[in-house]
Design a protein around this ligand. Structure first.
Ligand code: ASP
Length: 337
């Protein structure tokens, strides 16, 4: 029986067991488990890898715990601006949206850009006009916003406006993306800056029963982002990439560094041209990101069912379910399948 299955992530960052309350730990594991199950059910019933990616990512987009759709981080203007991409490893068809503000599930629109338009990437109002034309009901931006993200934005602005202090500047850079913070929960310690050094983007890579790969990623980007900033997630070949001949990749981290390292394609190129094993190729690429000063992680899977989930941060929200293989969700750096 050829293997099938999927990997997911919900962001990487300074995620330490000592800082996460049991309640939050449990909530994150439940959301990841639900996403894995939604994707795996598609694959088990013979559906394409693309369907598994959409199903898993939708669950994480709908959860307020992650920096994607509902619960996404806020721009400097106090709005959620969402990016997403999907790619079909069978055909290398791809679809992406950037800077959308009224699409409940950006991963679904990325899929529709791929399958129902002649384009690969649509941005902003144009993407939303396309969505309306094919029957989407636009949602109010309030739907995505949460109080926790408003607090994060306030803090980011305070740090930005503060005196030039190298320590604070470094902290500000780290705090610009958000994941779950322990101070959301009454039982957690308050105000630890490390809590917010987390990249909360979500993503999935899947291999279906027919041997085809797909990848998808969805994000709110970075807190306090300005000027229409777009990260790596919707950039095909950077944060999202899939090709049956090599691998499927979804990344999370400081997007600028992942774009400059062309992460997804860099891993695939090592497989295609140098016939390197997947895990070694991913480690090499992540080391290149690190050498530039970037932090984050990725999930990658090939058509033989080989997989890897590396990160250069203390933790990464991640999960894997392969037929006849591992089935686990993990948060911290010391957990393995
Ligand atoms: N990579 C995303 C971005 O830079 C952020 C994240 O992974 O959380 O937009």
């Amino acid at each position: 029986m050829p293997p099938f299955g999927l990997l997911i992530h919900g962001g990487a960052g300074v995620l330490l067991r000592s800082e996460v309350s049991p309640a939050l730990d449990q909530a994150c594991r439940s959301a990841l488990t639900e996403a894995l199950a939604a994707g795996y059910a598609q694959l088990e019933s013979g559906r394409p890898a693309l369907d598994a990616v959409v199903a898993a990512v939708r669950v994480l987009e709908d959860s307020p715990l992650f920096n994607a759709a509902h619960g996404a981080v806020l721009t400097a203007d106090g709005l959620c601006e969402l990016d997403a991409a999907i790619m079909d490893g069978r055909t290398r068809a791809a679809g992406a949206v950037a800077g959308v503000k009224h699409i409940r599930n950006p991963i679904a629109l990325a899929y529709d850009v791929m399958t129902r338009s002649e384009h690969v990437m649509l941005a902003g109002e144009g993407a939303e006009r396309f969505a309306e034309r094919i029957g989407y009901a636009l949602v109010d931006n309030d739907y995505f916003q949460t109080e926790r993200r408003r607090q994060q934005l306030r803090r980011a602005k305070e740090i930005e406006a503060g005196p030039a202090d190298p320590l604070k500047a470094a902290q500000a850079q780290q705090e610009r993306v958000g994941f779950v913070t322990v101070d959301d929960h009454d039982d957690g310690p308050q105000g630890c800056p490390a809590e917010e050094r987390k990249w909360g983007t979500v993503g999935c890579v899947a291999l279906d029963r027919h041997g085809h790969l797909a990848a998808g990623t969805s994000t709110g980007g970075m807190t306090n982002k300005k000027f229409g900033r777009v990260g790596d997630s919707p950039i095909i070949g950077a944060g999202t990439y899939a090709d049956d001949a090599t691998c499927a990749v979804s990344a999370t981290g400081h997007g600028e560094f992942f774009i400059r390292s062309v992460v997804g394609h860099d891993i695939a190129a090592q497989l295609a041209y140098a016939h390197r094993p997947l895990a070694a190729a991913a480690a090499t690429t992540l080391a290149k990101v690190g050498a530039l000063g970037g932090t984050g992680g990725l999930i990658a899977l090939d058509a033989q069912g080989n997989f890897t989930l590396p990160f250069n941060t203390p933790g990464m929200f991640r999960g894997v379910h392969l037929s006849g293989g591992p089935h686990a969700v993990m948060l911290y750096g010391d957990e393995s399948t």
